[in-house]
Design a protein around this ligand. Structure first.
Ligand code: URA
Length: 433
């Protein structure tokens, strides 16, 4: 086997064999093939694509470059839910307790936020005492006993992806459906769950800007999961405006808690009801979405899902009562952004608000930076709402002095029209095969 031959093969638009894929993935992971040759191959893949079979082999080769999580000792159906990332996306904090209250097992490894998107681990670590660092035995014990656990990545999962992603980032080869889908799915497959639900977001605050591109990515990931023996489905959801009202770690945890008590924002609640209903169908606990929805509504309205949320937080050392104290949530600066004219909110730029929230301290501008758990933006309206002149559109919270640029960026994120605009739909489509 020879790397030049593999590059030449892809340049000539031929499909790579399984052996060729294993050779280059493991060779790069172990350091026997240099960056410059893999860069050339990645560019050939970006330009000429990969078929479904090559993409599945690529995913498998990446999974086998490192350790995998063994969930075989866990009783019941293990499920995982993955979002391609967005602004105000706290769905895992709502979905987990609902499915755990219904007897499924959520064993989840999550990441931190970077850039304009938040990360579940940062949100959870904003709860006083909460640890996202559990040893493998304790993680599995908690999943068995509580029904859910969420931790940061502990094992050396998919080291090939780490190396390849870093190289793609600096060689203009991130945007390639086979490379993105195999990168995401390799981590999901290595995490061990039997059923995987992907929330593929599209819109200004998402990685995929259009619904068409989100569907193509979703289809590629569903194909990979299915061909590697996992029940994988995808929902295509809106990220043209932030999800819910809260952006910023502690406020997002509180909004997730409100949603579990059915006091939260409608878009977040609906997304979570649909996601959990689908997971029940995937786990064969319900025959239809309609039947599953009744079960989901029961654990929400009876308080069982909220009780599960508290049980989960407590099991990982968190003190939710302490988080709710107003003194803990205080920031030095709190500023309102008001409507400058009456009308209907027609656009809320999720990307701009995600970037602005990072500047306020809620996110990281570099991997090493620390975040301020209280910083963020609280929206007071959603697209479609009627607003009067001077109505509050958002409240900004920060411990850093607000610059004029940041304030202007946030003001510009809101568009008010004179004509009514339709509230946007949250779940647009399902990709299931
Ligand atoms: N997220 C990933 O994990 N990998 C990609 O390639 C893109 C987004």
């Amino acid at each position: 086997m020879n790397i030049l031959h593999i590059i030449d093969h892809k340049v000539k638009q031929k499909a790579l064999t399984k052996e060729m894929i294993i050779f280059f993935v493991h060779g790069y992971s172990k350091g026997t093939i240099p960056d410059y040759q893999i860069s050339a191959l990645l560019m050939a893949i970006k330009l000429n694509g990969m078929n479904d079979q090559e993409t599945a082999w690529l995913t498998e080769a990446m999974v086998s470059s490192g350790e995998t999580v063994d969930l075989s000792g866990i009783e019941g159906t293990t499920v995982d839910k993955h979002s391609t990332g967005g602004v105000g996306d706290k769905t895992s904090l709502v979905v987990g307790p609902i499915v755990a209250a219904l007897g499924l097992k959520l064993a989840k490894m999550s990441g931190r936020g970077l850039g304009h998107t938040g990360g579940t681990i940062d949100k959870l670590e904003s709860i006083p005492g909460f640890t996202t660092n559990l040893a493998s035995a304790r993680f599995k014990k908690q999943v068995n006993e509580v029904g859910m656990a969420i931790i940061g990545q502990t094992l050396e999962l998919v080291p090939a992806d780490k190396k390849l992603y870093a190289l793609r980032d600096v060689t203009g080869t991130v945007e390639s459906i086979p490379l993105i889908s195999s990168s995401i799915m390799s981590k999901k497959i290595a995490s061990g769950a039997k059923a995987i639900l992907l929330d593929v977001k599209f819109g200004s605050g998402a990685f995929m800007k259009t619904i068409e591109s989100a569907k193509i990515l979703a289809k590629a990931m569903v194909n990979i999961g299915q061909s590697l023996g996992r029940d994988t489905r995808a929902m295509i959801t809106d990220m043209d405006q932030p999800l819910g009202f809260a952006i910023g770690n502690r406020n997002e945890v509180l909004e997730a808690a409100d949603t579990l008590q059915m006091k939260g924002p409608q878009d977040l609640l609906e997304l979570c009801i649909q996601a959990t209903s689908k997971l029940l169908v995937q786990a064969k606990k319900s025959d239809s979405m309609k039947e599953a929805r009744i079960k989901v509504m029961e654990v929400l309205s009876s308080g069982k899902a909220y009780a599960k949320f508290i049980e989960f937080i407590t099991a990982q050392g968190g003190n939710f009562e302490a988080l709710k104290q107003p003194a803990l949530l205080k920031t030095k600066y709190e500023v309102s952004i008001k409507a400058n004219q009456p009308g209907y909110l027609s656009k809320i730029d999720a990307l701009a608000l995600g970037q602005a929230a990072s500047l306020l301290g809620a996110g990281r501008l570099t991997k090493e930076a620390s975040i301020d758990p209280n910083a963020g933006i609280m929206l007071h309206h959603k697209i479609g709402d009627r607003v009067l002149s001077d109505d509050r559109l958002a409240t900004l919270k920060s411990n850093l002095p607000l610059t004029d640029d940041t304030l202007q960026m946030i003001k510009n994120a809101f568009t008010i029209s004179t004509k009514p605009s339709k509230p946007s739909l949250i779940v647009h489509a399902w990709i299931e095969s």
